[in-house]
Write a protein that binds this ligand. Structure first.
Ligand code: CP
Length: 307
């Protein structure tokens, strides 16, 4: 059965927990998985820039014994000559076993999935969704905290355009005992549809503030985000808002000793370098977890497709 992952809610909570367990097994015994995808090919179709997502997908497939083909910018594909996403997906299905696709347009991976004959994984579509980053975040929270329920998480920065924030809030809304603190400038608040359709609909307690320091003591997890320059229509607004929050050691003075600081990266300057050496900084561990959870996801989808 061909199965696509376009949104984190395409996976049940049970399936997410299974993926986390599989990722932990891979971490504990990578050799046992080093031949699992021998002969399989991953196509990475990246119409928008990426470092972590593309390279972690590629590293993941190599570590499973498979191989990789693809492109890292639209300009080096026939999209630059006007080929549609639908045709591209159909063509790539002739060469590969699974697709990871990033595209600036929301919904483009859905179009690819409707036209491909192999599994399609959304590797980020516009300001909409980034399900494998969410799986990465969940694996990191699980490894750092030992659980995926009963904590207070603060999301700080660009909550309007940050697709990783929307996806993670959606995923966490299915666990119990989650409290959410939304920290952003007025102009970059979480979209009302996420508040209405997810937080209010599921009865998740949340507060909104512009002041990071005032809420710092209550946070178990702090999820920092970059102000998404590429989604702004006017540079003046970006320049005014880009340094709204800069996390430094001073701001962490009142934080919990076991706070877990996450960031999907790339960062610009919203976390000072001095924070990197604090044991609470988990964002580079998060990067590594991204490879393992993508190994678990591709292995699972390819096994399902072979049934
Ligand atoms: N976190 C993330 O999606 O990073 P890249 O844009 O580098 O893939």
């Amino acid at each position: 059965m061909v199965r696509n992952i376009l949104d984190v809610v395409d996976l049940s909570v049970e399936e997410i927990n299974d993926l986390i367990k599989l990722a932990c097994d891979i971490i504990n015994d990578p050799k046992a998985y080093s031949e699992k995808c021998r002969g399989k090919k991953l196509a990475t179709l990246f119409f928008e820039p990426s470092t972590r997502t593309r390279l972690s997908f590629e590293a993941a497939m190599y570590e499973l014994g498979g191989s990789v083909l693809g492109f890292s910018e639209a300009q080096s594909s026939s999209a630059s000559k006007g080929e549609s996403v639908a045709d591209t997906a159909r063509v790539v299905s002739c060469y590969a076993d699974i697709i990871a696709m990033r595209h600036p347009k929301e919904g483009a991976p859905r179009v690819a999935a409707d036209n491909a004959s192999i599994p399609v994984i959304n590797a980020g579509d516009g300001g909409h969704n980034h399900p494998t980053q969410t799986l990465t975040d969940l694996l990191t929270i699980y490894r750092e905290k030992g659980r995926l329920n009963d904590f207070t998480i603060g999301f700080c920065g660009d909550l309007k355009f940050g697709r990783t924030v929307h996806s993670l809030i959606n995923a966490l809304s299915r666990y119990t005992g989650i409290k959410i603190v939304l920290i952003s400038p007025e102009e970059l608040k979480l979209p009302s549809y996420v508040k209405k359709d997810v937080l209010m609909a599921k009865g998740i307690p949340y507060v909104q503030t512009t002041d990071l320091e005032s809420v710092m003591p209550e946070l178990d997890i702090l999820y920092m985000t970059r102000v998404q320059k590429e989604r702004f229509f006017n540079e003046e607004d970006y320049l005014r808002l880009k340094d709204s929050y800069i996390l430094n050691m001073k701001k962490l003075e009142n934080a919990k000793k076991d706070l877990c600081i996450l960031h999907p990266l790339p960062r610009v300057n919203e976390i000072s370098r001095e924070v990197d050496n604090d044991p609470r900084a988990c964002y580079f561990k998060q990067v590594l977890n991204g490879k393992y959870i993508r190994m678990a996801l591709m292995l699972t989808l390819l096994e399902e497709a072979a049934r």
